[in-house]
Ligand binder design. Sequence first.
Ligand SMILES: C[S@@+](CC[C@H](N)C(=O)[O-])C[C@H]1O[C@@H](n2cnc3c(N)ncnc32)[C@H](O)[C@@H]1O
Length: 205
Amino acid sequence: MSLLHYFSKDTNKRARFMFGSIAPIYARVDHSLIKGYEKSIEAVQSEIELKNKSVLDIGTGTGAWAMKFIQKGASKVCGIDLSEKILKSGREKHPEITFKTGNAEDLKNFPDNSFDIVTASFVIHGVKADRRAKMLSEMKRVSKKHVVLHDFVGKTHYIVRFLEFIERSDYKNFKKYFCDELKTNFSKAKRIQSDYGSGIYIAEI
Ligand SMILES: C[S@@+](CC[C@H](N)C(=O)[O-])C[C@H]1O[C@@H](n2cnc3c(N)ncnc32)[C@H](O)[C@@H]1O
């Protein structure tokens, strides 16, 4: 993949290029995220039972978020990502997760109601409202009961704001509108702040 993919209008090409390029670095630094992820999974666990649940993690990267579900007793965890390169790093680190290549907007390899919980961590803020809606609708279709989003809530650190600018993400609109988008698509939805700048959106079908 060449640097030209960074300038592509196709956001999937861009994401594949960016996350594929930083995969070896991401695999080394993802442990620094784990402390925040620990707080967030506690927040999830206080709302829903995770033991013996099957989980699909969308945009799993190196599997840092998916691992939290395994640690809380999930019986089966599968992670999908656009970037084969980042999945390679994930497979080396976490053999307990089943990693597959896939696109969050079209989960065609998964039938309806195939997992108890469908989740995504720091993925959905990256795309604009029309594509968030596609991702959400696919996550809802594949889930038996819960959709759990781990993502931006509240203030965003200035370094993170800079990184989001480089990624050309839609995080500002995501923070403003996402909770309402969730409420229009699910019978129940709520947002819980868990750590500086991040939190959990839990929706029930
Ligand atoms: C910021 S990383 C987060 C990785 C991981 N969820 C975590 O919390 O450590 C975003 C990941 O989402 C993936 N991604 C972005 N758009 C995607 C899509 N449409 N389908 C699947 N994966 C996607 C990227 O390739 C990248 O690995």
